[in-house]
Design a binder for this molecule. Structure first.
Ligand code: MGD
Ligand code: MGD
Ligand code: SF4
Ligand code: MO
Length: 754
C-alpha cells in the first residue's frame, strides 16, 4: 500500500525526496565508517547525468555518497536511484567467476583463461564456417564510452565481424535519425539551463517526475513562471503537476503537430529569418493545408479550440518556447516523422539556438549519447560515416587500424539481427550490459530464437538476469563504481566516473575483458595503445577532430572534472588557460547550446523540413482485442529490468512490488474487476496475469503496464519505425478479463467503447 501511495504521489514526493539526505541512508555514520576523503562520479542510471560525491574510507573504498552541490546538472540534488547507487554492488547474485554451460545444461564455474579460450574458439569457428556476417554483438547505453568504443572496434575491426547494435535502438534511434536528417548530424541542441529560461515548456510523451526527476526540478526552478504543457495519453505524475494536460489519443501526435503548423502558417506567426535557414518549407506549407484543427480532431482526440489555443501558445512572438520529448515520441512506428514535426515547429517559429527554446530530445540511459557517437554501430566511431572513404581513412590513420579492416556499411539494426538469427544466418550473439530477454519487444519470440543460436555469450554484473540464464558462456563484469571512464549526458555533457569499489571475485571491468579477448584473438597489436580508459579516451578525442562533436580541446579526465563536465563541441579553439578551480569557470563553460547562428551541419548549412502523411497504427484494437496497451516506466525507484534497483532494500520499499495494470475504473467496472483483482492481459502473442490498479488517470479503452516486469514484453507488438528501426513499444491491442474466471466471459470481451 505504501508503495502504491508513493507511486501515486511521485510528483510532489520526488521533490521532498531529492532534498532530504537523511531519508536515504545518510543519517548517522558509525565512527569506523567516517569517510577520510571524497571523489566524484556521474550517476550510472539515467541520462540526466547527476554528479555524485563519493565518501571514501582510508583504503579508497566508497562507504557512502551524496549529490554534488555545485555540479551544473543536479545542483546538489539526486533521485532515489542515485542516492542508493552503491547498494546493487553488494548483491549476492553478482557474477564472481565466468560460467560455462555443460552438456547437462547446468552452469559450471571456469577460470578466465578457459572462458577467453572458449569465446575465441567458438566465435572463430562460426566465422570460418559461416563468414563475417554470421555473428553480432548487442550492447548498451550504460557503460563508459571508452568501453563501448573498444567493443565496437574490437568486434568489427579486430575480430572482423560486421554486425553489432545496442539497446539505444530501443530508446534513442528515432531522435538520432530525426536529427541526422533535419540537421545533418545527431545533435540535440539544448543545455539544461533552457528548462529554467523558457516561457512555455511542452513535454511530449515524457514523464519527467518518474523518469528524469532532477530535470523536473530544473523546471521547478524556472523563475519566469513558465506555462508547462504535457502531451500524453495518460494523466501522468508530470501531467498532474503541469499547468495543462492534453490527453491525446495515442499516436495522435503527428496530425496534431501538423495542425499546429497549419494554424501557425495560416495566421502568419512564422519567423521568416529562421525559415530562411531551412529547406523544404514551401512543400510543407502546401502539405499542411489539409491539416486544419477540425480535420485532425478525431485522430488526435483533441478538439479544434484546444488545438487553436495550443498553436497560439507555442508561436507567441517574443516568447521562448521549448519542446522536450522522450519515449512517447521515440517508441512509435512513425517516431522519426513525429520528432521532425516538432523540429519543424521550432524552425518555423525561430525557437532554436536561443535561451529557453529548442526541439529537445531527452536521452534515457546514462551514456546513450556516448553510444550514439562512439559505439561503432550505426555511425563509424567518433561521429563518422562508414560509407565515407575519407572518414574511414581518418579512423584508420588515427587508431592505427588497417584501412581494409573498416567496413564500408553500417550494421544490421537490432531487429534485423534477430530476424537473421531466426533465419539461422546469425549463429552467435554477444550480449553486453543489456537484458533483451526481458526488454526486447515481443520477447517471447527470443526463446525460440535462442534454440537456433549456436553460441550465446552474456557479459553482465549478475548471472541471474533473464539473458544470462540462457547463455552458453557468462562473463562476470564489474559495474558502475568499480571502474573508470566517461559518460555523455542528455545535454552533451561529458563527465567522468571513478573506481571506488573492488569488483567481487574474479569480475573484471568490461574494458579489461575486451583487452583479454583482443589478446586471445590475436589482434592485440591493433589495440596496444588502449592500455586503460583514459588512454583510449585520448585517442577517441583525437578522432573527433573537425566533426560536429569535436572535443579536441579537452586535455584529460582532470580537465573534465575541473570544468564541471564539458559539453561537446569543445574544439581546440575554445580552450582557455586552465583555471585553478571549477568555480572560476562557471558560466564560461557550464552551459552551451547549439545553432545560435542557425547554421546547421547539412551540406547547405540549412535545416531540412521533413514530413510524411500519418500512417494507420500497426495493431489497432478491435472487437477481440478491444484495449490499447501502453507501456513505460512505473516508478522513480525502478530501473528497466530491475537487475540493479531490485537489489536495494530502500528502492524496493519505494516501489510497487507486484506487477499491476492501470485501467480506468469504469472499464474495470464493466469487466467486473475490482481494485487489486488478478486480471488477465492477453495480446495475440501471449497472456499474463497481474493485479488491477484502478486509475482514473487512464483514458477509457487504454491500459498501462510498467515495463519492469519480465513478462510485459511477451505482449508487445513487433512493429518498427521505418527510418530508425526503433520498436513501437507503446501501442498494441489487448484483451482484458478478470483472472478470477477461467475463460474470458462474454462480458470481458465487451468493447470499452460500447
Ligand atoms: N525511474 C526510471 N527512470 C528512467 C528509466 C527507468 O527505467 N526508470 N529509464 C530511462 C530510460 S532508458 C528512458 S528511455 C527514459 C524514458 O522516459 P519517458 O519516456 O519519460 O518514460 P516512459 O514511461 O517510457 O514514456 C513516457 C510517456 O509516453 C507516453 N506515451 C505513450 N504513447 C504516447 C503517444 O502516442 N504520444 C505521446 N505524446 N505520449 C505517449 C506514456 O503514457 C508515458 O507516460 O527514462 C529514463 N529514466
Ligand atoms: N515494453 C517496453 N519495453 C521497453 C521499454 C518500454 O518503454 N516499454 N523501453 C526500452 C528502453 S527505452 C530501454 S533503454 C531498454 C532497456 O533495456 P535493457 O538494456 O535490457 O535493461 P537494463 O535492465 O538496463 O539492462 C542493463 C543490463 O546491464 C547490466 N549492467 C549494468 N552495468 C553494467 C556494466 O558496467 N557492465 C556490464 N557488462 N553489465 C552491466 C545490468 O545488470 C543489466 O542486466 O528497454 C526497452 N524496453
Ligand atoms: S536523476 Fe538520473 S542521474 Fe540523477 S540521480 Fe537520479 S538516476 Fe541518477
Ligand atoms: Mo531508454
Amino acid at each position: 500500500m505504501l508503495a502504491r501511495l508513493l507511486k501515486q504521489h511521485t510528483g510532489p514526493l520526488t521533490r521532498d525526496l531529492v532534498q532530504t539526505p537523511g531519508s536515504f541512508g545518510l543519517g548517522k555514520v558509525p565512527e569506523r565508517l567516517k569517510p577520510v576523503g571524497t571523489t566524484t562520479s556521474i550517476c550510472g542510471y539515467c541520462a540526466t547525468g547527476c554528479q555524485l560525491k563519493l565518501h571514501l574510507d582510508a583504503s579508497g573504498r566508497a562507504i557512502n555518497l551524496s549529490p554534488q552541490a555545485h555540479y551544473p546538472v543536479n545542483l546538489g540534488m539526486a533521485c532515489p536511484k542515485g542516492w542508493q547507487a552503491l547498494d546493487p554492488l553488494d548483491a549476492p547474485d553478482r557474477g564472481t567467476t565466468p560460467l560455462r554451460r555443460t552438456a547437462q545444461g547446468d552452469f559450471e564455474s571456469i577460470d578466465w583463461a578457459t572462458a577467453v579460450e572458449t569465446f575465441v574458439h567458438r566465435f572463430k569457428s562460426i566465422q570460418q564456417r559461416h563468414g563475417h556476417h554470421s555473428a553480432a554483438f548487442l550492447s548498451t547505453g550504460q557503460i563508459p564510452f571508452e568501453e563501448m568504443a573498444f567493443l565496437g572496434c574490437l568486434w568489427k575491426f579486430g575480430m572482423g565481424f560486421h554486425h553489432g547494435d545496442a539497446n539505444t535502438r530501443q530508446c534513442m534511434a528515432t531522435a538520432v535519425s530525426a536529427y541526422k536528417q533535419s540537421f545533418g548530424f545527431d545533435a540535440p541542441p539544448y543545455t539544461y539551463a533552457d528548462f529554467e529560461e523558457s516561457d512555455v515548456i511542452v513535454l511530449v510523451g515524457a514523464n519527467l517526475c518518474i523518469a528524469h526527476p532532477i530535470l523536473w526540478q530544473r523546471i521547478v526552478r524556472n523563475p519566469r513562471s513558465p506555462k508547462i504543457i504535457v502531451i500524453d495519453p495518460r494523466a501522468t505524475e508530470t501531467a498532474q503537476a503541469a499547468d495543462q494536460h492534453l490527453p491525446l489519443r495515442p499516436k495522435g501526435d503527428l496530425p496534431l503537430y501538423y495542425a499546429l503548423a497549419h494554424c501557425i502558417i495560416r495566421d502568419g506567426r512564422i519567423d521568416s529569418n529562421s525559415l530562411e535557414r531551412t529547406e523544404g518549407f514551401e512543400e510543407f506549407r502546401h502539405f499542411v493545408r489539409d491539416y486544419s484543427p477540425a480535420a485532425v480532431a478525431e485522430a488526435t482526440g483533441i478538439d479544434s479550440d484546444t488545438i487553436e489555443t495550443l498553436a497560439h501558445q507555442v508561436s507567441e512572438p517574443g516568447k521562448r518556447v521549448s519542446w522536450w520529448w522522450t519515449m512517447g515520441v521515440n517508441q512509435s512506428y512513425e517516431g522519426v516523422r513525429t520528432a521532425q514535426a516538432i523540429i519543424n515547429l521550432c524552425l518555423m517559429t525561430g525557437n532554436i539556438g536561443r535561451p529557453g527554446t529548442g526541439p529537445n530530445s531527452i536521452t534515457g540511459q546514462c551514456n546513450a549519447m556516448g553510444s550514439r557517437l562512439f559505439s561503432n554501430t550505426t555511425s563509424l566511431v567518433g561521429g563518422h560515416d562508414f560509407a565515407n572513404p575519407e572518414h574511414r581513412l581518418k579512423v584508420s590513420r588515427i587508431l592505427g587500424i588497417p584501412l581494409d579492416a573498416i567496413p564500408s556499411s553500417p550494421s544490421l539494426a537490432y531487429d534485423q539481427i534477430l530476424d537473421a538469427a531466426e533465419r539461422g544466418e546469425i549463429k552467435g550473439l554477444w550480449i553486453v550490459a543489456t537484458n533483451p530477454f526481458h526488454s526486447w519487444i515481443d520477447s517471447g519470440r527470443l526463446a525460440a530464437l535462442r534454440e537456433k543460436l549456436e553460441f550465446l555469450v552474456v557479459q553482465d554484473m549478475y548471472s541471474t538476469t533473464e539473458s544470462a540464464q540462457v547463455a552458453d558462456l557468462f562473463l562476470p563484469a564489474a559495474g558502475w563504481g568499480e571502474k573508470q571512464g566517461c559518460f555523455i549526458n542528455s545535454e552533451r555533457r561529458i563527465g567522468t566516473l571513478k573506481a571506488v569499489r573492488t569488483p567481487p571475485g574474479q569480475a573484471l571491468a568490461d574494458f579489461r575483458i575486451f583487452r583479454l579477448l583482443a589478446h586471445a584473438w590475436g589482434c592485440d597489436s591493433w589495440f596496444d595503445s588502449w592500455t586503460d580508459p583514459e588512454a583510449a579516451f585520448l585517442q577517441l578525442r583525437d578522432l573527433t577532430l573537425d566533426r560536429p562533436c569535436d572535443i579536441t580541446g579537452i586535455r584529460d579526465y582532470q580537465h573534465i572534472d575541473q570544468s564541471g563536465g564539458i559539453q561537446w563541441p569543445y574544439p581546440k579553439s575554445m580552450t582557455t588557460p586552465p583555471h585553478p578551480t571549477h568555480a572560476d569557470r562557471v558560466g564560461e563553460l557550464t552551459e552551451r547550446r547549439l545553432f545560435a547562428d542557425w547554421n546547421y551541419y547539412t551540406p547547405t548549412g540549412k535545416a531540412r523540413i521533413h514530413f510524411s502523411p500519418p500512417a494507420p497504427p500497426p495493431e489497432p484494437p478491435n472487437a477481440d482485442f478491444p484495449f490499447l496497451l501502453l507501456t513505460g516506466r512505473g516508478s522513480s525507484s525502478q530501473w528497466h529490468t530491475q537487475t540493479r534497483t531490485a537489489k536495494s532494500d530502500i528502492l524496493r520499499k519505494l516501489s510497487p512490488q507486484e506487477a499491476y495494470l492501470e485501467i480506468h475504473p469504469e472499464d474495470a467496472a464493466i469487466l467486473g474487476i475490482a481494485a487489486n483483482d488478478p486480471v488477465k492481459v492477453s495480446s495475440r502473442r501471449g497472456e499474463i496475469i497481474v493485479a488491477a490498479y484502478l486509475a482514473p488517470t487512464m483514458q477509457r479503452g487504454q491500459v498501462f503496464l510498467p515495463m519492469h516486469d519480465r513478462r510485459v514484453n511477451q505482449l508487445t507488438h513487433p512493429s518498427f519505425d521505418a527510418h530508425s528501426r526503433q520498436p513501437n513499444y507503446k501501442a498494441c491491442a489487448v484483451q482484458i478479463s478478470s483472472a478470477k474466471t477461467s475463460s474470458p466471459s462474454k462480458k470481458s470481451r465487451t468493447s470499452p467503447a460500447e
